[in-house]
Design a protein around this ligand. Sequence first.
Ligand code: ATP
Ligand code: MG
Length: 742
Amino acid sequence: MDSLLDGLNDAQKSAVTSPASVVQVLAPPGSGKTKTLTARVAYLINHEGLKPWNIVVCTFTIKAAREMKERIRGMVGEGVEAKLILGTFHSVARRFLVRYGQEIGIDKNFGIADTSDSTAIIKRIIQRGDYTLDPSAARSRISSLKAKGTTVDEFARTTKKAEQHEFTCVYSDYEDTLKASNLLDYDDLLLRCVELLRKHPACVSSIEAVLIDEYQDTNNVQYELMTLLAQKRKRITIVGDPDQSIYGFRSAEIKNLHRMQKDYPDSLVINLENNYRSSGCILSSAMAVIEQDESRPSKSLQATHCVGEQPTLRHLADSNVESDWIVEEIQRSRTLAAGLLDFHDYAILLRSASLSLSIESKLGKAGIPYRMVGGRRFFDRAEVKIILDYLRAIDQPHHNDALARVLNVPSRKIGEVTVKSLLEEAEQKKTSLWKLLHNAAKGGKRPATKISSQAQKGIDVFVNLILTSRAKLLPEDGGYCNLWDLITHVLQKISFEAYLKKTYPENWKDRWANIEELGIQATQMAAAVANGETISDDALPVVDGVEQREDTAADLLSKFLSNVALSTEVERPDGEEPNQVTISTIHAAKGLEWPVVFIPAVYEGSIPHSRAEDHNEERRLLYVGMTRAKALLYLSCPVKQAGQDETTLSSFLSSPDVQKLFSQTGPSIGCSAIADLARILRRPCPSSSQVEAARALLESVEDDKYPPTRDYIEAEGIPSLSFEHQPSGVKRRKLVHLSDGF
Ligand code: ATP
Ligand code: MG
């Protein structure tokens, strides 16, 4: 018991050990909510004897799920964490649908349509119907209706306006297309799981406890899902913070906090009031920002760390100069801190993903390794997407979009017009593209689309590739298919290396390395299964009275592809944390923390964003960004933006009371500041000789030698310093640009 509660304060301990059925921890950033939730999971297992497979834990991101698993492993022992039903709402829902979905007519081999699949389907429907709607806008509208639980029939019933007619047709056609392709989109995963659990409560009869992190960002369907998961025991723990509600634009309902209190009036509500993350100065500045929201009840939050260095608010000429300054500050602070800080301690948090371009290029030039989070995912890289589409087509030949995307990649002399017309023919006939192609190749009924003899040859080759690959899915010995063999088979058949060389002569090697990484991912999963390890993603209780489907060898590929579709983050799939600066949107940084945080572009129009509807939500976003910082926080505002008028500092920062909390110049990082930094970060403090050496180095180094290289450090005889600007062994990744965000 002691070790589990070690390092928790009294309020945290009472939340962890409470016998109350429903516990709500509502508390500010850095107060240890996630830590408390994690300890409660361990407590339920170790002290209340709950079986891990009877506990559901929902986190907001996959990274958070992974971190939580690691912490739980430390508390309850190796292997137990893998048996928990732990993941994002979507992955938890998928697990139940895979296992029991047949009860509500979901085909056991359903695929997941990701956002780009959905947009492509909607785009085609709009083109076919000659509608005037914008595909992405229609997709997000459909998604927000679904998130609210409004089906197409309900929408049609309640909306009589003629101008909604086009949209209703698109919504309806979209649902039909998903059904015909045996696909569920992200919203369907949640909605259909709600339907399943409502109709067949036996599926969750073994669930003893449900725990939710970042509760403030749940939407109505997720609330419903939480209630249904907990319907037998009604044992729920939620942790959240209304001040960090930043997903209103995606239908998150801050009202769910009140709903919880209304629906579970006997619940125990616990407040945590100590912040264990940030220095006193950083906390004061963040509080000054959030307290400007007068609609918000006032709250108390005490810093547990020392005051630390004042955060910086810097005005710079333009975004180019701003990026240069960020790079210089990273180099300067890292040198001055004499080994206390390294690249992985820095994060650059952006309101909009598009802001990253200039920063990326400057970091690249300075030789600073970095990685992207919250932008384009590893799995969205062009070359990776092609191979994934092949795998999807093999796994699910009725996935029209995947098939259409790779039918002529690499070129098989099947023109774009032919591909498009075949796809439309399939959708109009409510059949699959695969059926049309297969018939054409095997001499069956010919499609109405005119196909040249050259194109027909290409189709024959493609159909043959899918068939031979599918044969590999079901090995004769009845064992699991080897995904590595399957991927290699595809790569060879389509001469993918040669295709990359020809298409991307300048960086084909990097792209090929990504394909190898994809192969490694798939193989690791296959190996885990071959060794008899459970894939934690599928740990679900055996339930009497509900028919369960048997796992088959071919499921391995489906599992891999589902994991891919649900990995909404851009983190490296293997979860390794290399020594790199993180660039992330603020949204994707929720729940995380770094010693040093930069938030550039804090001007009106950027934050608050010109297109954002809810001003207070934008303020909360800035608050979330600022409260990610432990020791050093830098905000900056370019005075001019290329091609635009002068900018105005964000109204969230313009009041004199807020401004006085910031320094205009930047932290000095003197000796005592380094000692404070070490305390805040709970790391050993560098010795005074190390600090002196770092200072001497910074003064002596010539501009063109900056950042100091290993050769330079050795030549100067400064052995106590271990930094070099490009640590050997760290593979620097060239990352594609961010694509999402506003
Ligand atoms: P957020 O709202 O940003 O998600 P949170 O409330 O979930 O924050 P945690 O991430 O759980 O906060 O904790 C913040 C930091 O404080 C972590 O580094 C954690 O280890 C540390 N921490 C939490 N509780 C304590 C404690 N009682 N003593 C020391 N450190 C703590
Ligand atoms: Mg948290």
